[in-house]
Design a protein around this ligand. Sequence first.
Ligand code: JHZ
Ligand code: ZN
Length: 401
Amino acid sequence: MTCRICLSSTHVLLDMGESPPANSLKEAANQPEDFYPLVLERCNTCANVQLRDCIAPEKLYSRYLYMTPDSPSLTQHYAFLAGELTDRAVLRSGSLVVEIGSNTGKFLRHLQPFVRKVVGIDPAANICEVANQSGIETICDFFNDTSAEVLKERFGRPALIVARHCFAHNPDPHEMLRGVTRLLDGDGYFVVENAYLLNTVENNEFDQIYHEHMFYYSIRSMQALLAQHGMHIVDVLMVPVHGGSIVFLIKKIAPGDQLGAAVEEGARREDHALTPETFNRFVANTLEIRRRLREKVSDLLGTRQRIYTYGATAKGNTLLNFVGISAAEIPFCVDSTPAKHGRYLPKSNIKVISEEEGLASPPDYFLLTAWNYRDEIIAKVRRRGNVRSKFIVPIPSVSVL
Ligand code: JHZ
Ligand code: ZN
């Protein structure tokens, strides 16, 4: 098809068949649901990796069940980012910060002590309500050229615009960048945090492929995109969250801009690492994980072991549906988000229960669908007195802890 960054032709890397949107948890089991193709493709020119078929954002985000969890590793990450941004004088006491896709406002709360004002913008009405009630001013809208103008009129120009794990969640990044260039202060920063393609591929994180993730960014593809908008990456940070993410520090191109050495070093590493062979290996490893996980689950059920999944994650739904696991085999999924409790996972029909319910009747095994929080989830389960349940960790390869 066509690259949505540079309009060149693309080739298919991996076709995962059809699945329902990953966060479309259902109120009743076996409720009818819509299926959409999940096809990963790569541009023949600009290094962009994208989803071939995009679902309209209005359908995905107007009501949204993902709420940033309480997590020690995320809290630590927010503190790290706030420190980095302060050290680089991106956060200043007089400045305004706007966060796109701010969810319940957890990150903005961490920035609040360092700046004059923080404002969030998020398209999900139910999420905005939670954020506003907790005291983080949040506008309910999609971020684009039009809403950027509204924000500018109302609050002025921010010295920092943040987009964490939402920049790839839109079919047209050009539209978002038009909004950013309109709104951002002349020498302000646009900070984008996203799952990093190199980690996704090298760690076999095929479950990161779902309809919300419409792009799989690298330094090279981000450079190709920004160049069309008079912007560039001035530095990058590699961070551990969500299976390995990259933080792009972006500015409008201006004479005298200093570029951090990590940008060119990282880009050259990508040129070396992201070869057709690498993508072939990624596909082969994906199929191997599917085979081994299928086998592991069947073997355990054959010996009457009980399995629940841990984490009603978006990526977990890709994993379960691609491997072909359903409620007949795994009846329950444990998750800490109250809004997900009592709902059913798309396609697999697995029922979501609370962590407390999971503790009251623990299974023999948890399939860790929130593997990005592996250490803290296992520590929490043990701390709460469950020393018996084992954990099947699917990524980067199937292992049991
Ligand atoms: P988590 C979402 O993906 C969707 P998901 C989105 N598209 C995206 O890009 C990423 O986030 C960033 C639960 N949990 O963060 C809470 C526990 O039960 O891996 C969450 O439902 N106990 C925006 O859904 C889920 O796991 C715990 O102790 O893949 C984690 O979801 C913890 C820490 C979490 O994102
Ligand atoms: Zn391209």
